[in-house]
Design a protein around this ligand. Structure first.
Ligand code: 7TS
Length: 421
């Protein structure tokens, strides 16, 4: 990887076709060994790794541009502001928003969902109203709505799922009514890998005039997202799951809705004027970005988007799908293994349990072999309850993973089974 000159931000090279070994070279963290074994990083649904160009972009900001944004007439502040607002333009193109001001920078999907709960929910939802979520939500898309229901006397309704981990669309249809005032649903389940038919779900909700928030934390890294085509009202995602630093993320909202919402936090940079009698809030997007934001991280998110546009995403997704297919085949062939989440439409998440071996033991033995997976409830306890398991082990793939790594995973799972038999 070429070193970077000060102030010169390298453009990612355009990679023709998809060569996984070539792509791996872009991710320095993948070169290390863990417990004497090459790192096999299969915890991408928690946080993906960061390519060199994104690391370099962060260094350039810190070495050359570090300054506060929007408030300085001086050179560095203007440079930082240009870079930060440039990242917003990249986000706009990445999700095909109509306008950059519809893309609000937040710390991640959690903060984005909370922003909508506070800004929209607390203003527009009242006693007797209903909010629909699904049975496969991450806690980030359950708890805020529960808090709102408690405060307002509203009711949380939950779309159930079948044993494969697919939402029951008839039940969704039956839940929608004049009482429904909001729908919040995940695009892809982090615990099961299910891809939900969100376009259809958004359509159904709109027939009742109900706004829809899509939790895109797991989809933005894997699928092309077009918020105009989806016609979603809000779309939340986190940078650290899509090859950018932690502390970066976006809540997209349709301008007309964002304009009507209350601000989430009050403070500097989100106002037009302040007197002790009254504050006039700023325009979008500033109204929702109080205080100094994670400037370096959001600029890094812009660089990650550039990186993603330099690879053939269709082929990268096809590679991930092939990894999932192969891993599912290898792992289900092992005695005692049960895959949790067998939806027809899935992305690269493979959750599994092995007889009565606790997933934490599986995770610990895999770690000894240099394999990183997540073991636990994945912040989706209702999913665990639905499948009657305390936890699962979860391998989650990114486009830089390989079939050889799946082989290492499968062999080590066989070892786990041997140890406990
Ligand atoms: N929504 C989904 C679907 C998620 O998978 C996650 C994080 C979040 C929201 C919250 O994202 P954050 O960036 O604000 O924390 N999921 C996971 C996971 O699967 N393992 O660790 C975090």
């Amino acid at each position: 990887m070429a070193t970077i000159e000060k102030s010169v931000v390298s453009e990612p090279r355009v990679i023709a076709g998809f060569d996984v070994e070539r792509v791996r070279e872009d991710f320095p963290v993948l070169r290390q060994t863990v417990n004497g074994k090459p790192l096999v990083y299969l915890d991408n649904a928690a946080s993906s790794q960061v390519p060199q160009v994104v690391i370099d972009r962060g260094s350039v900001y810190l070495e050359d541009e570090h300054s506060n944004i929007h408030r300085g007439v001086h050179y560095l502040s203007q440079k930082a502001t240009t870079a930060y607002e440039g990242a917003r333009e990249k986000v706009k193109r990445f999700i095909n928003a109509r306008e950059a001001k519809e893309c609000i920078f937040v710390r991640g999907a959690t903060e984005g969902i909370n922003l909508v709960m506070h800004g929209h929910g607390r203003k527009f939802i009242t006693s007797g109203d209903e909010i629909i979520i699904s049975a496969m939500e991450h806690h980030a898309n359950i708890v805020p709505w529960q808090m709102l229901c408690e405060e307002k006397g509203a009711r949380l309704r939950v779309i159930p799922m079948n044993d494969a981990g697919e939402l029951l669309m008839d039940e969704y249809d039956a839940l929608l009514s004049e009482r429904t005032k909001f729908v919040a649903v995940t695009h892809i389940s982090n615990a099961l890998g299910t891809v939900n038919p969100i376009k259809q779900m958004i359509d159904q909700a709109h027939k009742y005039g109900v706004p829809v928030l899509i939790d895109g934390a797991q989809s933005a890294p894997h699928l092309a997202v077009d918020v105009q085509d989806l016609d979603c009202d809000f779309f939340a995602f986190s940078g650290h799951k899509m090859f950018a630093p932690t502390g970066s993320g976006v809540i997209y909202g349709k301008a007309a809705l964002l304009e009507k919402m209350n601000p989430f936090q009050g403070g500097g940079d989100m106002i037009k004027s302040v007197t002790f009698e009254k504050t006039i809030y700023g325009d979008l997007p500033n109204k929702f970005e109080a205080g100094t934001p994670a400037i370096a991280s959001q600029i890094g998110l812009g660089a990650a988007i550039d990186y993603l546009s330099s690879i053939d995403r269709e082929q990268a997704t096809a590679h991930e799908q092939e990894l999932l297919r192969y891993a599912t085949e290898r792992i289900t062939a092992i005695e005692g293994v049960r895959v949790i989440g067998t939806a027809r439409e899935k992305t690269s998440v493979l959750s599994f349990v092995i007889d009565d071996i606790h997933p934490h033991d599986i995770g610990t033995i895999l770690d000894q072999e240099g394999i990183a997976v997540r073991a636990g409830h994945h912040c989706a306890q209702p999913v665990m309850q639905r499948f009657n398991v305390p936890a699962t082990a979860r391998a989650s793939f990114a486009f830089y993973n390989t079939k050889e790594e799946v082989d290492v995973l499968a062999r080590t799972i066989e070892k786990v089974v041997e140890i406990f038999s």
